[in-house]
Design a protein around this ligand. Structure first.
Ligand SMILES: [Zn+2]
Length: 271
């Protein structure tokens, strides 16, 4: 049961993190009733909150909730609440704690300061369920419970994910278009640019090819011709043709031969 709860809480906190941009340390706004409840049950608040929220926490209490605790004269509760960060609500005369918390959390229908609200007041929790992205915690006897994601929060999260998806698709399309445009312009510019560095190189290579191989082939052809000129011209022509064929075959064979030891060695390695 505990592990299941921890898993579902973690899932919920992931949504608060991604969709509602909650960040550690999580600000937990506690009401006076919950503080009284846990002091009476001698419950380890920090441990419980850290385990429930599964992250670093910063407990906070409003001035009005603090005043309500002073009114109870429960010194243990007061001392515990004094260790929390005081949230200034600027209510000169303390108002109803639930109303105070609501005024601090609900800023134009948004949980602007990203509070986690830990309160025993069910009416307040019901109100806060209507604001997207308010994690709600309460004590059920001696067990700390996080309410499941409210319908409003779940709907908001769904829409957020859908927007992200479509925005993602749109951005992909726009990226493609931008890249295509960029690519086209880059290709054009690259072609223009490439002409600079590439032109001298191919030309110089071509010149070498034209100048270098021609004398070698000519000399190679001329040399046997000169030798054959000593023989009869008709025979030399026929022989040269045959010789060229045989030479070609020989070169082919020579070209093929080096493959054989490679293949053998490959076979040897594999075997
Ligand atoms: Zn207040």
């Amino acid at each position: 049961m505990r592990q299941k709860r921890a898993k579902s809480y973690k899932k919920q906190m992931t949504i608060y993190h991604h969709t509602f941009k909650f960040r550690s340390p999580y600000q937990v706004l506690l009401d006076n009733e919950l503080v009284l409840n846990i002091t009476q049950a001698s419950y380890n608040l920090m441990n419980g909150l850290t385990k429930t929220i599964q992250g670093e926490i910063k407990p906070m209490i409003t001035q009005c909730c603090m005043q309500a605790l002073y009114d109870t004269k429960n010194q243990t509760a007061i001392d515990l609440a004094k260790t929390f960060e005081r949230r200034r609500c600027n209510h000169r005369d303390a108002i109803d704690p639930a109303e105070c918390i609501e005024s601090v959390v609900d800023i134009d229908g948004v949980n602007k300061h990203r509070y986690v609200v830990a309160c025993q007041n069910l009416a307040l929790r019901k109100k806060l369920r209507k604001i997207p992205g308010v994690p709600l915690i309460f004590m059920n006897r001696s067990v700390m419970v996080m309410e499941p994601l409210s319908d409003v929060s779940a709907k908001y999260s769904r829409e957020f994910e859908e927007k992200k998806l479509t925005a993602g698709l749109n951005s992909i399309e726009s990226r493609r278009k931008a890249e295509e445009e960029k690519g086209a312009s880059e290709e054009e510019s690259a072609k223009k640019k490439r002409k600079g560095p590439k032109e001298p190189n191919p030309l110089s290579i071509k010149k070498k090819k034209k100048t270098e191989p021609q004398p070698t082939t000519e000399s190679a052809k001329k040399k046997p011709n000169r030798r054959r000129k000593h023989k009869s011209t008709t025979e030399s022509e026929a022989n040269s043709a045959k010789e060229e064929d045989s030479e070609a075959k020989a070169t082919n064979e020579e070209a093929e031969k080096p493959n054989e030891p490679v293949e053998l060695s490959a076979e040897n390695e594999s075997s």
